[in-house]
Design a protein around this ligand. Structure first.
Ligand SMILES: [Zn+2]
Length: 167
């Protein structure tokens, strides 16, 4: 037993805040004071949790379980896949448009004929024709790659519900 009597709570907590002191040394050897400090620590922890609630570590697992319980309707997934398909197609074409010199002509034609759809279409075709004549094989390969990868993604997306519930 410690010879020092149990200190005043205010002094004890002040020393706890400071990190050292005779009362804190006493608490280390006194069951009553140690229990008091432990209570205080737990209470403080709860208060911090209230002030800034952290997501539970099982949050991701819970969300995945709930997603698996209520699978997205097939139709919506197809639309999502189509959106991905169109987006990747657009990205592929955008890549072509911004990178191929042959399409520089299309860019200028587009810029000078915005608003005039007929001339725009003509410009589009002339640009596409120029692109095809200069880099036809490369364009075909790239477009085929984009389409195939999009279709693979679409297929995987449509076939995903079983694998999702497995997870
Ligand atoms: Zn004590």
């Amino acid at each position: 037993m410690s010879p020092i009597p149990c200190p005043d709570l205010e002094v004890l907590f002040a020393e706890l805040e400071a990190g050292e002191g005779p009362c804190l040394d006493h608490a280390a050897g006194c069951d009553a004071c140690a229990a008091l400090l432990e209570d205080h620590r737990l209470l403080e922890q709860d208060l911090f949790r209230l002030a800034d609630p952290l997501p539970p570590p099982s949050l991701v697992a819970n969300v995945m379980a709930r997603v698996a319980e209520s699978p997205v309707p097939q139709r919506r997934e197809v639309w999502t896949g189509l959106a991905i398909l169109l987006t990747s197609l657009g990205a592929g074409l955008g890549f072509l448009f911004t990178n191929d010199r042959a399409l520089g002509r299309l860019g200028t034609a587009f810029a000078s004929t915005v608003g005039d759809s007929r001339m725009f279409v003509e410009g589009l075709f002339s640009g596409a024709h120029a692109l095809w004549s200069t880099a036809g094989v490369a364009v075909a390969c790239l477009v085929a790659f984009v389409v195939l990868s999009s279709l693979m993604g679409l297929k995987r997306l449509v076939g995903s519900p079983p694998s999702l519930s497995e997870a």
